[in-house]
Design a protein around this ligand. Structure first.
Ligand code: NAD
Ligand code: DAU
Length: 338
């Protein structure tokens, strides 16, 4: 099988490629990635010489590049996106271009080249925000209610993917997954930002009251879910994917990280809140469990500890990532919140 992975140099995409080549060494993977600030080929060093792996630097918004990469492809796994909510508040335009328009360019090429399956990697954020004081969860029937430019641009892409199925018969599947954590996550996101700031002796910025809740999933569990959907998922269907069965708020997670790193709570710095901050995410993943037999295999506390160990042993990886453009971004983002 020839699998086109878009955004394979990012956090989840690179974990997915490493996972896939271990599971299915006979398959050919073509990684199509623009290498934005979030794309990093270092993530894939261990397979860069593998004859089953090819890298193409390209932009999903460029129809010519996309059409050429799509030739002879059986299956597309579409990860490429602008993925950080705070950056979408600073500069929404690139989110609409890449996430929404870029997905439409890929869909056109997939129809034209008659791919056998187009899997779209989406987010639980399209469903909006849940209350802290009731225990409801998002599921496949939840109405869309995106509240940030990031989630609105992903919601637009989900609608386009379904529209190409209904209108052009493109064989699609979608997963809407909750917050991932694990190795190679860019340190603009909460968990790697907290770990690396603490390792550098810096404080961790906590938005608002810190009582916001996310539904955390170890990245390999997300890769396993996408694998199952690609192998056995029903064409045209959406599957919600999530991890935790109990709510853990941001402050509690930061306290866990501080304690695992032997530091006290002086490292916590409350800052101004993110505008439009979604209060709580929680995902009901019973459909993918009942239909495809998927459930999370990685326990949060144990794999948070392993993730911290990964950052402790990959200091040169995150130090390089945190230099250059990152410094500009960090100043702009966090000076604004003082
Ligand atoms: P990331 O920001 O780490 O990586 C995104 C990758 O896409 C980078 O390699 C980047 O270079 C590439 N890219 C960006 N614009 C591109 C373009 N125009 N053309 C080609 N490549 C481009 O993101 P991530 O956290 O790995 O997320 C991957 C996907 O999973 C996204 O679609 C995101 O919406 C979705 N998702 C993420 C999470 C999460 O917790 N991180 C959860 C659910 C869903
Ligand atoms: O739910 C899935 C989504 O999870 C993905 O679709 C997105 O691509 C991914 O970025 C993530 O979005 P979040 O906004 O939930 O993740 P982030 O790591 O930015 O923030 C997690 C929580 O931590 C959120 O409540 C905001 C808070 N936070 C974040 C940062 C960066 C802080 O308190 N301080 C911070 O400095």
């Amino acid at each position: 099988m020839r699998l086109l992975v878009t955004g394979g140099a990012g956090f989840i995409g690179s974990n997915f490629i490493l996972y896939w080549l271990k599971q299915y060494p006979q398959d050919k993977i073509i990684n199509f990635d623009k290498l934005t600030y979030a794309g990093n080929l270092e993530n894939l060093e261990e397979i860069e010489k593998n004859p089953s792996y090819t890298f193409i630097q390209g932009d999903i918004c460029d129809a010519r590049q996309v059409d050429s990469a799509m030739k002879g492809i059986d299956v597309v796994a579409h990860f490429a996106a602008e993925s950080h909510v705070d950056r979408s508040i600073m500069e929404p335009a690139s989110f609409v271009m890449t996430n929404t328009a870029g997905t439409q360019v890929l869909l056109d090429a997939a129809v034209k080249n008659k791919v056998k399956k187009f899997h779209h990697v989406s987010t639980d954020e399209v469903y909006g925000s849940l209350d802290l004081n009731n225990l409801s969860k998002f599921n496949e029937q939840t109405l869309y209610d995106p509240r940030s430019p990031y989630s609105a641009s992903k919601a637009g892409s989900d609608h386009l993917v379904r529209a190409y199925h209904a209108t052009f018969g493109l064989p699609i599947t979608i997963t809407n997954c909750s917050n991932n954590f694990g190795p190679y996550q860019f340190p603009e996101k909460l968990i790697p930002l907290a770990i690396t700031n603490i390792l550098e002796g810096k404080k961790v910025p906590v938005y608002g009251d810190g009582l916001y809740v996310r539904d955390w999933l170890y990245v390999e569990d997300h890769c396993r879910a996408i694998d199952l959907v690609l192998q056995k998922g029903k064409i045209g269907e959406t599957y919600c994917v999530g991890g935790l069965t109990e709510d853990i708020n941001n402050l509690a997670i930061i306290k866990k990280i501080l304690s695992l790193l032997g530091k006290d709570e002086e490292f916590i710095e409350f800052v101004k809140d993110r505008p439009g901050h979604d209060r709580r995410y929680a995902v009901d993943w019973s459909k993918i469990k009942n239909e495809l037999g998927w459930e999370p295999a990685h326990n949060f506390d144990e794999w948070l500890e392993k993730t911290i160990e990964w950052y402790k042993t990959h200091v040169s990886w995150w130090k390089r990532v945190k230099s250059g453009e990152y410094q500009e971004y960090y100043k702009k983002q966090y000076n604004m919140l003082q």
